[in-house]
Design a protein around this ligand. Structure first.
Ligand code: HEM
Length: 528
């Protein structure tokens, strides 16, 4: 207490433990808060996933009924997307963008803090719905909130809508801050084409988020209107149209896939050149491909709605649009391979995660191409193939890139080395676990096993068993990551500022002050 009163007298509450974090506005502190929170949510969302997989280990209902199953998968998806992966990317942006563009901080430090603090409240609200079983429990209509099913929920469904609205506001504030920082605080000489790829991909994702998030917020507000104020936007009996909700949701949802995957592409485009000891091949064409992918994302939402009976012209438009997305993706993959070609490669943990991302991104992209073909999509719609594709892109894709980025920048953030052997063990167990978990689901989907149903026919038993074993392996492997991070922060061996020999970029040029750079440095290339 004496320490606190002294600190208050010195007007220096920042120095006191918890108070420092509660009052933090510096980009590194907020970045750290985002990353720690995202890791906690990853474990909560992961525990839900393992519970779902435990139920799917064998046919028959053993651990939960269909309603609880639907509640868990809805919360799992919302927590993983809005509570874990997106905040992890926001944490990397808050830490890295000022360091990489030579700025003292994010443009609006307090907005940065607000963007973070909305998260724990929104996620607590989401998780609290699990304890409202007496009034219908947690939302159980999937993360897509499709009416009329979503209209059946009780108080839990209302609280979930409010929570997701808060998460939209948090994400929009972060996106606004990223855009203002990149446009307002770049080092002189750093033109848009010289932006490091991670910053460029984040900038494009931020614009995508600012355009797409209002559609989700609108869909949720209209649902609140239908639930409580007698409107009938989505009620067919009242002249509304439930498909309108799907159009609004997927205008956001389709872009959301790119909002999560584009910064991951940026992370990988930072890591591969470092461990190939060559600059990124085709920096400009990669940047243009990222921009083109974002534009296609905005016009591709209907590819998720072919089964709702779109008119043939509409189905064809969305099919060709979704197929076109393969072009920019191929340009990026080609440039990565060209970067590795004849490079002097080394395979530290960040490089392994980056290479796994290249592989899984390509595999997931090819599976996406199959689902984009309207006739095939009608076969695979709402089957395990869709779950497999989503998890290949979100887990073996986005999550692996984020883990690779964490290992890559951890020495920069902490000034300490992590245990490379444990890092590699974490990688190989994660790779094995993720593929064992999600590859069998492609077969299950093609064979006709539906998603969002906790039971299945006997012939699907074996692949489901392997998928569950893989999921548990993947879950356990993340405990190694937690151990590596805690041990590094607490007592890892000292690391030089330019820890990776092949690293290029402003963030590796000097150990900056807690609030980033003082007077802005001058840059003349994307790799200063
Ligand atoms: C860590 C490993 C993970 C496992 C084992 C896992 C497992 C599952 C399972 C079993 C389902 C329900 C499938 C069904 O019956 O329809 C599911 C749904 C889903 N998961 Fe995961 N998941 C994992 C990670 C993630 C991550 C990291 C994300 C997002 C970033 C994610 C997003 C989703 C989404 C969007 C759904 C669909 C929910 C819906 O149908 O509305 N999952 N997951």
């Amino acid at each position: 207490m004496r320490k606190l009163s002294k600190a208050i007298a010195r007007r220096d509450v920042q120095s006191i433990g918890l108070l420092r974090w509660l009052t933090a506005t510096g980009h590194k502190d907020i970045g750290t808060l985002y990353l720690v929170f995202a890791l906690a949510m990853l474990f909560i969302g992961g525990a839900m996933a393992l519970w779902l997989r435990a139920e799917l280990f064998a046919p028959g209902l053993r651990l939960m009924g269909p309603h609880v199953y639907n509640q868990l998968l809805t919360l799992h998806a919302l927590i993983m997307i809005f509570g874990a992966v997106l905040p992890a990317l926001s944490g990397l942006a808050s830490w890295q963008i000022p360091l990489m563009i030579g700025a003292p901080d994010m443009a609006f430090p307090r907005v940065n803090a607000l963007g973070f603090w909305l998260l724990p409240f929104a996620c607590a609200l989401l998780l609290a719905t699990l304890f409202l079983q007496a009034s219908g429990g947690a939302p159980a209509a999937g993360w897509t909130f499709y009416p009329p099913l979503s209209m059946q929920g009780g108080l839990g469904a209302d609280l979930a809508i409010l929570a997701v609205l808060m998460l939209c506001v948090s994400a929009a504030l972060t996106a606004l801050n990223a855009v203002a920082t990149v446009f307002g605080l770049r080092a002189s000489g750093m033109t848009l084409v010289r932006l490091p790829m991670f910053v460029w991909t984040w900038l494009v994702a931020a614009f995508l988020l600012l355009v797409a998030a209002p559609a989700l917020a609108g869909a949720l507000l209209l649902q609140l209107g239908d639930r409580h104020f007698g409107t009938q936007f989505f009620d067919a009996a009242g002249g509304g149209d439930p498909r309108f909700a799907q159009h609004l949701f997927w205008f956001f949802g389709n872009s959301a896939e790119y909002i999560l995957i584009l910064p991951a592409v940026g992370i990988v485009s930072q890591i591969l050149p470092t461990f190939a000891r060559k600059p990124l091949f085709g920096h400009v064409s990669t940047a243009l491909a990222v921009f083109a992918a974002a534009c296609l994302a905005l016009i591709g939402w209907g590819s998720h709605m072919v089964a709702t009976g779109l008119p043939p012209a509409g189905a064809l438009f969305f099919m060709y649009g979704a197929m076109l997305a393969a072009v920019p993706a191929s340009v990026v993959v080609f440039n990565w391979i060209a970067t590795l070609w004849r490079g002097s490669l080394s395979f530290e943990t960040p490089m392994l995660f980056a290479l796994a991302f290249v592989l899984e991104f390509t595999l997931g992209g090819l599976a996406g191409l199959v689902l984009a073909l309207a006739p095939l999509d009608l076969q695979h719609h709402d089957t395990q193939s869709v779950v497999a594709h989503a998890h290949t892109m979100l887990v073996s894709g986005a999550l692996f890139a984020i883990l690779g980025g964490a290992y890559y920048w951890l020495p920069r953030w902490t000034g300490r080395r992590y245990d490379e052997r444990l890092g590699k063990l974490h990688f190989w167990l994660s790779l094995l676990g993720a593929n064992l978990a999600f590859l069998p689901q492609y077969w299950l989907g093609a064979a006709g096993m539906s998603r969002r149903i906790p039971d299945y026919a006997l012939q699907f038993t074996e692949p489901n068993r392997w998928s569950t074993v893989g999921a548990f392996l993947l879950g356990l492997a993340q405990l190694i990551f937690l151990y590596v991070v805690v041990r590094t922060v607490r007592g890892g061996r000292k690391a030089d500022v330019r820890f990776w020999e092949g690293a290029r970029g402003l963030e590796w040029t000097q150990r900056s002050a807690p609030r980033g750079f003082g007077a802005g440095p001058r840059t003349r290339s994307p790799n200063p």
